[in-house]
Design a protein. Structure first.
Ligand SMILES: Cc1cc2nc3c(=O)[nH]c(=O)nc-3n(C[C@H](O)[C@H](O)[C@H](O)COP(=O)(O)OP(=O)(O)OC[C@H]3O[C@@H](n4cnc5c(N)ncnc54)[C@H](O)[C@@H]3O)c2cc1C
Length: 121
């Protein structure tokens, strides 16, 4: 989650796997890709209809998409798994990451109040 970049810019936005919406422990990302695409469409549509009768899309900036995404289940789901990948950067390596994942993801469901940093990345 720490790696997710700014999602919108004039003329474009990032969704699906390009900004990193794959759920790491599940190794699944088609659901978040589809949902982020739906949220993008919902944010873009009013901009190119009501607000913009010419339907001009060149350089269109839609920051509402990032806001919608942060209020969606996609963000909640990715927040819950934010520590999984960085937890593998530890003194015990693979085994330390597996223990961390077992305790804080499978039991606590990612509710720990801290966010680990990616080491050296
Ligand atoms: C081995 C593997 C197994 C997986 N298993 C699952 C699973 O079981 N369930 C699940 O939910 N997820 C799974 N995933 C993750 C899932 O595939 C991705 O999260 C999902 O496909 C992301 O969708 P996307 O549309 O963002 O990107 P993609 O599906 O990668 O689509 C991007 C498309 O853009 C095209 N493209 C790239 N550059 C350009 C360009 N310059 N011009 C034009 N086109 C371009 C690519 O060719 C590609 O077709 C798996 C991933 C891998 C690698």
């Amino acid at each position: 989650m720490d790696s997710i970049p700014k999602l919108t810019f004039p003329g474009g936005l990032l969704m699906g796997c390009s900004p990193g919406f794959m759920n790491v422990p599940k190794i699944k990302g088609t659901h978040t890709a589809m949902k982020s695409g739906m949220l993008a469409a919902e944010a873009i549509f009013p901009k190119i209809t009501a607000e913009n009768p010419e339907s001009e899309t060149l350089g269109l900036h839609v920051p509402e998409y990032a806001e919608n995404l942060k209020n969606s289940w996609v963000w909640k789901e990715l927040y819950a798994v934010r520590n999984i990948r960085p937890s593998f950067h530890n003194y015990f390596g693979l085994y330390g990451g597996m223990v961390y994942t077992g305790i804080f993801y499978w039991i606590c469901r990612g509710k720990e109040p801290w966010t680990l940093k990616h080491a050296g990345e």
